[in-house]
Design a protein. Structure first.
Length: 217
């Protein structure tokens, strides 16, 4: 990874997307965020964000939602080409999904994953938009990996798995859910926000309120 880059992306996920790095600053700050988008030739007025609450709720957004934060949900879906979907994270999993027509962005922490946000999003894409999961491509952004994610034994019951050295492998939980839903095209950055905290904000490491932004344009 080039340590001077303000954003990263997956070269095989062919849709316009990226995750900002710590060098872009805390993108919850509107001025920083707007300037950053403009520097990438993206119009900040077209961005839709979420007031993330670690829920499993996903909402469909339209043109009139542009420039706003959507309350009480952790996932967004849109069919509007001009809309940019954004998700803030600092250890949780940013998931960007698309079949090239319908766009989805999800904030997936362990609570949201456990309560079914991935199933809810793919369910909407399947039932409401008739999208075959095989046609959905998923970008898995930087998030905390098992190297840094020590958790209590309770998580064995929560996720019905065996912890290795008391560490939770959130990536593995996400991949297995995606695969169970029939999604095969998964593009994983395979980067840990916690041990790579020179590049990303990490809540676990710093208890920071600063966030990186993943977006799908
Ligand atoms: Zn790590």
């Amino acid at each position: 990874m080039n340590t001077r880059e303000k954003f990263i992306f997956h070269k095989n996920f062919k849709y316009r997307h990226f995750t900002s790095t710590i060098l872009a600053g805390n993108l919850k700050d509107k001025t920083l965020r707007d300037n950053f988008l403009i520097s990438q030739n993206l119009n900040p007025a077209n961005l839709v964000l979420v007031n993330q609450v670690h829920s499993s709720d996903v909402k469909i957004v339209e043109k009139y939602n542009c420039g706003n934060f959507i309350d009480n949900c952790d996932g967004l879906i849109t069919t509007d080409k001009s809309i940019i979907l954004g998700i803030f994270t600092a250890d949780c999993v940013p998931l960007l999904m698309t079949n090239g027509i319908v766009k989805t962005a999800i904030h997936a922490g362990w609570r949201g994953i456990h309560s079914g946000i991935i199933e809810n999003a793919v369910g909407i894409l399947n039932n409401k938009f008739s999208i075959n999961p095989k046609d959905i491509e998923v970008y898995v952004g930087p998030h905390i990996h098992s190297c840094c994610y020590e958790v209590s034994r309770d998580f064995e019951n929560i996720f019905n798995l065996k912890l290795k050295n008391n560490r939770l492998d959130l990536s593995e939980v996400v991949f297995s859910k995606l695969k169970k839903l029939g999604i095969v095209n998964i593009f994983d950055m395979n980067l840990c926000t916690c041990c790579q905290n020179n590049y990303f904000f990490s809540y676990r490491r710093n208890k920071t309120s600063d966030r990186i932004l993943s977006l799908l344009a």
